[in-house]
Design a protein around this ligand. Structure first.
Ligand SMILES: [Zn+2]
Length: 172
């Protein structure tokens, strides 16, 4: 399957870059990876662009920003923003797979919520680079932070290391 993602994902990454490093930072990022113009939210783009933005962020700014970027994305998800005002992390995380399949043309996401105070999130055929795994770690942390729930996220499996999926365990 061709790996494509909607422009809305790229726009939320670039919104993070702009928030952290300003318009100049955004321009630099775009020119460093050979991009110009705007992404349209609903259009599909090559996933390699997404990976290149993450590599740029990690290489030029530091890998610690990847998780923060993931957290930022959750708090800026238009589709979910109405939900977070009253949602607990489980309600929010249970919406992730549908939202995922609307913006990613490839891979699969699974959310397991059958235990108290624990959420397991699995990504199949999604991450090919560690930078992407880190962003998803941040997305899981975002499910806690936007619902103002104290807790931790542990990465328990990784497809880049040869596991069947990337798996994150959210405990709260
Ligand atoms: Zn991984």
């Amino acid at each position: 399957m061709e790996r494509k993602i909607r422009g809305s994902i790229l726009n939320s990454y670039m919104a993070y870059v702009t928030k952290k490093w300003g318009k100049d930072g955004k321009r630099l990022c775009m020119s460093d990876i050979g991009l110009w113009g705007e992404f349209r939210d609903g259009n599909y783009y090559q996933d390699a662009i997404r990976e290149n933005i993450l590599r740029w962020m990690s290489r030029e700014k530091g890998e610690e920003y990847l998780r923060e970027c993931g957290k930022f994305i959750v708090s800026n998800l238009g589709i979910l923003s109405w939900l977070v005002r009253f949602a607990d992390p489980k309600t929010l995380a249970s919406k992730f797979p549908k939202n995922f399949s609307e913006v990613y043309s490839y891979g699969r996401m699974e959310t397991i919520t059958d235990k108290d105070n624990e959420i397991i999130i699995r990504l199949f055929d999604v991450n090919r680079i560690k930078e992407s795994c880190d962003v998803w770690h941040g997305v899981c942390e975002g499910a806690l932070s936007v619902t103002k729930t104290p807790g931790t996220v542990e990465k328990t499996k990784c497809a880049v290391d040869g596991d069947e999926c990337c798996e994150y365990r959210i405990i709260y």
